[in-house]
Structure formats: structure tokens, C-alpha cells
Design a protein around this ligand. Structure first.
Ligand code: PHE
Length: 357
């Protein structure tokens, strides 16, 4: 083969190899891989350990000497183009990922409303009453709702033939002798006095049951808070001051009270306490039956017979007790016209007391 032919051959061969590299460069520049997977394939193809540029580097031995430098530069250019393209692709893909994250959480959108529960008006009243009395040293006593006749009636000086024991007023447990649903929280007085020694100073919140016809004003179940204070030299004046303090805390500092003589089997003397409500408009007339006064609770000095029934020396100790209904106070405070609403748990009603705690 003549020198000329050999050289021409080599030049042709060299041109072919040059062309191949050029084609790869064009290919790299034109590539548009989309998504992380495609970009990785791009990297493996042009920059990986078995990339397609590498084998072309070996072809340098078939390149005429005077072109070797040029060829080396072309190979380097191909590598650079691949690296730059890859860096650009990565930058775009990171930006896109950030963008799609931002899209999935729209920070300007209004938040999901939190479903806040609402306290039941009876609970609100109960908690306020408990708070007022615990502040002046009363502790909470909670007891059973299914009670023995003795604690509910006998210990509380309620004679066998008392109308309160009538089958119509009391829910007796069928088939269980002398057991009933407590008709008042006064049963807790007996529970506490038979197990604790004076000084005793408790309040007893809880549910009570009476076999009454259900109407807008009365229900077969309702809530009471009982109070009991037994110590040496506890007087009627102590009771009056305690209840006045309660009334002012509950209904405002201007509140006036009055005590009317009354009767309960377990207290002597007994009284009912009214709070002055006012007599300005028609509603005041209706609620107070035209007197301006509202009956809030029953109270009195613990009957010595009750103390003795419970094993407390009535010569040494005296005490006062009171019991108040919660529903009535809640109805007054929130102007609820029918007691039955308080037991239906209709969220439309309950929601109205929403943040009231
Ligand atoms: N137990 C009475 C009632 O249910 C209230 C009361 C309690 C009265 C304590 C006096 C003393 O009506």
C-alpha cells in the first residue's frame, strides 16, 4: 500500500472517529431526559464507568499524530458537555421537586377548622359551684347513684311513712330489697358522716332521680350539689355567711339573698334561700312569679338525730347542710325555657355554650 493511500485511509478512519464523537456531543446536547429515572440513565450512558465515550478514547491510536491533540480536545469536550448537561438537568429536577412540594401544600389556603367541643350548661354551672366552694375549704365527695334506702332516707331522719318514700317519687330497684336510685345528694351526707370524723366540710355534686312526670319544669333525672359542714360550734350565722358568699360569687357582688323558713326531715331549723333576680321586665315577672325573688336551694342546721344516726356526738358537734338543683340555675342563667333540652344533647343547643369554659 502506497504511503499516500495509507495516509488517506488513516485520514478517512480518523474522520469517522471524529464524526462519531461529534455525533455523541450533538446527541448529548439534544437529550431531554425527564424525571429522576431518565436523568440517571443519561448519567450512566455518558458519565458512568461504562459510558459510551470511553471506548472512543482508545481509538486515539488510529488517529494521525498531527490530529491526536485535536482528538483529545474533542473527547474532553464531549465529557464536559455531558457533565454540564447533567448538572443542569439535576438543578432543574431539584427545582421541580421543590415546586411540586410547594404545590401540594398551599400555605395561603384557610386551615382546617378544629372541632372544639362545648361544655354542657349543667357542667358549666356545676364547675362554677365546685370552684366557689373549694376556694373556701370544701372538698369534693362523690358517691353512688344506686343507694341503700338507709342512706337516702332512714339515716336522714325520713320516717317510714314520709310521702317522699312513696313509690311514686322514688325509683326502687326491682328485685333488690331496699335499694333505690338516690332521690337527693343528701345520701352523701350519711355516707360521709358514717365514715369520717368532724371537722367535715364537703360538697357532693351528682345526679339524682325522681319518679316524676316529665314536663318543661321537671324531669325524672337532674343534678344537685350538696354541702355539709360539721364541727364544734357551727352556727346558723356561719351557714348564712357561707351561702351569701356563694350567692355573690355566683350571681355578682350586688346579689341579695333571703332565707325563708321551710321544712326538711334532716335539718332543724330549715330554710329555703332565694336570690333577688329583679323585677324589670315581663320575663322577670314570669321567672319569679311576680316576687322578684328566685328560690335557689334548701338548707338548715343538721338535725341532731341525723348526727346520732351516723355516729356523731350531737352534744359536741353541730353542722349545717344545703342542697341545690343545677338544672334550674342553668335554665335561669342561660334562659333555657324547657328542662328537657338539657337532656337531649342536641348539638345545636350545646354549641351555643361553646367557649363558655
Ligand atoms: N335534699 C334536699 C332536696 O333534695 C335539699 C336539702 C339538702 C335541704 C340539705 C336541706 C339540707 O330538696
Amino acid at each position: 500500500m502506497s504511503e499516500y493511500l495509507r495516509q488517506t485511509n488513516r485520514k478517512n478512519m480518523a474522520k469517522e472517529i471524529f464524526d462519531k464523537v461529534e455525533a455523541i456531543i450533538v446527541e448529548i446536547q439534544a437529550a431531554q431526559p425527564e424525571g429522576a429515572e431518565a436523568i440517571e440513565q443519561f448519567r450512566i450512558k455518558y458519565l458512568g464507568t461504562k459510558n459510551i465515550i470511553k471506548p472512543l478514547m482508545g481509538e486515539i491510536r488510529n488517529i494521525p499524530n498531527e490530529q491526536k491533540k485535536e482528538f483529545g480536545q474533542l473527547i474532553n469536550k464531549a465529557k464536559e458537555v455531558a457533565e454540564e448537561k447533567f448538572a443542569a438537568l439535576q438543578a432543574v429536577s431539584v427545582a421541580e421537586a421543590a415546586q411540586s412540594d410547594a404545590n401540594s401544600i398551599d400555605l395561603t389556603a384557610p386551615g382546617e377548622p378544629l372541632a372544639l367541643g362545648a361544655r354542657h350548661p349543667v357542667s358549666i354551672m356545676m364547675n362554677r359551684i365546685i370552684e366557689i366552694f373549694t376556694r373556701i375549704g370544701f372538698t369534693i365527695a362523690e358517691e353512688r347513684e344506686i343507694e341503700a334506702d338507709w342512706y337516702n332516707f332512714t339515716a336522714m331522719n325520713t320516717p317510714e311513712d314520709h310521702p317522699a318514700r312513696d313509690m311514686q317519687d322514688t325509683f326502687y330497684m326491682r328485685g333488690i330489697e331496699n335499694m333505690l336510685l338516690r332521690t337527693h345528694t343528701s345520701s352523701v351526707q350519711a355516707r360521709v358522716m358514717t365514715t369520717q370524723k368532724p371537722p367535715i366540710r364537703i360538697i357532693a355534686p351528682g345526679r339524682v332521680y325522681r319518679n316524676e312526670t316529665i314536663s318543661s319544669r321537671s324531669h325524672c333525672q337532674f343534678h344537685q350539689v350538696e354541702g355539709l359542714y360539721v364541727d364544734e360550734k357551727v352556727s346558723f350565722a356561719d351557714m348564712k355567711q357561707t351561702l351569701l358568699y356563694f350567692a355573690k360569687e355566683m350571681y355578682g357582688p350586688q346579689t341579695e339573698i333571703r332565707l325563708r323558713p321551710s321544712y326538711f326531715p334532716f335539718t332543724e331549723p330549715s330554710a329555703e334561700m332565694d336570690v333577688y333576680w329583679g323585677l324589670k321586665d315581663e320575663t322577670d315577672y314570669r321567672i319569679t312569679k311576680g316576687t322578684g325573688w328566685l328560690e335557689i336551694l334548701g338548707c338548715g342546721m343538721v338535725d341532731p338525730a341525723v348526727l346520732e344516726n351516723c355516729g356523731i356526738n350531737s352534744k359536741k358537734y353541730t353542722g349545717f347542710a344545703f342542697g341545690m338543683g343545677i338544672e334550674r340555675q342553668a335554665m335561669l342563667k342561660y334562659r333555657i325555657s324547657d328542662i328537657r333540652y338539657l337532656f337531649e344533647n342536641d348539638v345545636r343547643l350545646m354549641k351555643q355554650f361553646g367557649r363558655a369554659f
